[in-house]
Design a binder for this molecule. Structure first.
Ligand SMILES: Nc1nc2c(ncn2[C@@H]2O[C@H](COP(=O)(O)OP(=O)(O)OP(=O)(O)O)[C@@H](O)[C@H]2O)c(=O)[nH]1
Ligand SMILES: [Mg+2]
Length: 248
């Protein structure tokens, strides 16, 4: 009697989370645009908001993560995004999360009244949006966290304490050399009170997979098995005994 063949392959392949997260983000579709809070639809899926100064790269970040060039309007001219734009995500046409692209703050050319109105809308949104699950604060590392970013941090702090997810992305990191990047990373980490801070570049695709996984986990806290029906799950390889016995 011959001994069963022993293979060196692992019994179960780890799921490729990069692919899963990027595939999920690629399903993004424009949902709606809302100039005021009351125009926003009430939703019961996790919502992830992209906030930050004007021109920080919010819309470009959304386009990079979703691998769609023109999903969110990005522009060299600050103040391009004027309303809250929602994008739905979900495999097989089932929405399981929403991304929100918010207008930026701090653009000097905006009239005072409009600036004030928008600050009120944003503060209201961040404090009251019921399904808001996570905030991505984008920051140009050449400016660092500015006074307006600090005000935003103060606004969201009570909700972060209660469990709202929070991530700071230092965008346009392709403009920094390694030393500059390391320095700004440690400064902003301190400013963000030890919160998550990552370098990101849409141009060089730095941090893209990592951020995609981060957002996927925010939207699917229950994990992979609960998030995907068995037929849609990646090939989790069968154990050797199952593979050897087709009846198993
Ligand atoms: N070099 C470089 N440029 C970037 C990067 N991300 C965005 N940009 C540029 O920055 C400018 C502003 O980008 P947007 O994505 O429109 O910025 P925003 O934060 O959405 O701006 P508002 O809608 O005005 O708040 C554009 O010219 C982008 O091409 C990046 O990673 N690297
Ligand atoms: Mg924008």
């Amino acid at each position: 009697m011959t001994a069963p063949a022993i293979t060196s392959s692992p019994a179960v392949l780890p799921p490729d989370m990069d692919k899963i997260a990027m595939g999920w983000l690629h399903t993004a579709k424009f949902l709606t645009t809302a100039p005021e809070l009351h125009h926003l639809p009430a939703l019961d899926v996790p919502e992830i908001a992209f906030v930050g100064r004007s021109n920080a790269g919010k819309s470009t970040c959304i386009n990079t993560l979703t691998q769609q060039h023109r999903l969110a309007f990005a522009s060299k001219t600050p103040g391009r995004t004027q309303s809250i734009n929602l994008f739905s995500l979900g495999k097989q046409g089932i929405t399981d999360a929403v991304l929100a692209d918010l207008p930026g703050y701090g653009y000097a050319a905006v009239p005072k009244a409009a600036k004030y109105r928008w600050q009120q809308v944003m503060a209201n949104y961040l404090q009251t949006r019921r399904n808001l699950t996570g905030i991505v604060l984008l920051c140009d590392p050449r400016l660092g966290l500015t006074e307006l970013d600090e005000i935003l941090l103060d606004v969201v702090r009570p909700r972060v304490v209660e469990g709202l997810k929070f991530l700071v992305l230092l965008t346009k990191s392709d403009k920094l050399n390694k030393t500059e990047a390391a320095k700004v990373l440690s400064i902003v980490r301190l400013q963000a009170g030890g919160g998550d801070v990552k370098l990101f570049s849409a141009l060089k695709r730095k941090g893209v997979d990592e951020v995609a996984k981060h957002l996927w986990h925010w939207a699917h806290p229950e994990g992979l098995e609960a998030a995907m029906p068995p037929t849609a799950q990646p090939a989790l390889a069968t154990s050797q005994s199952e593979a050897a016995d087709p009846q198993a």
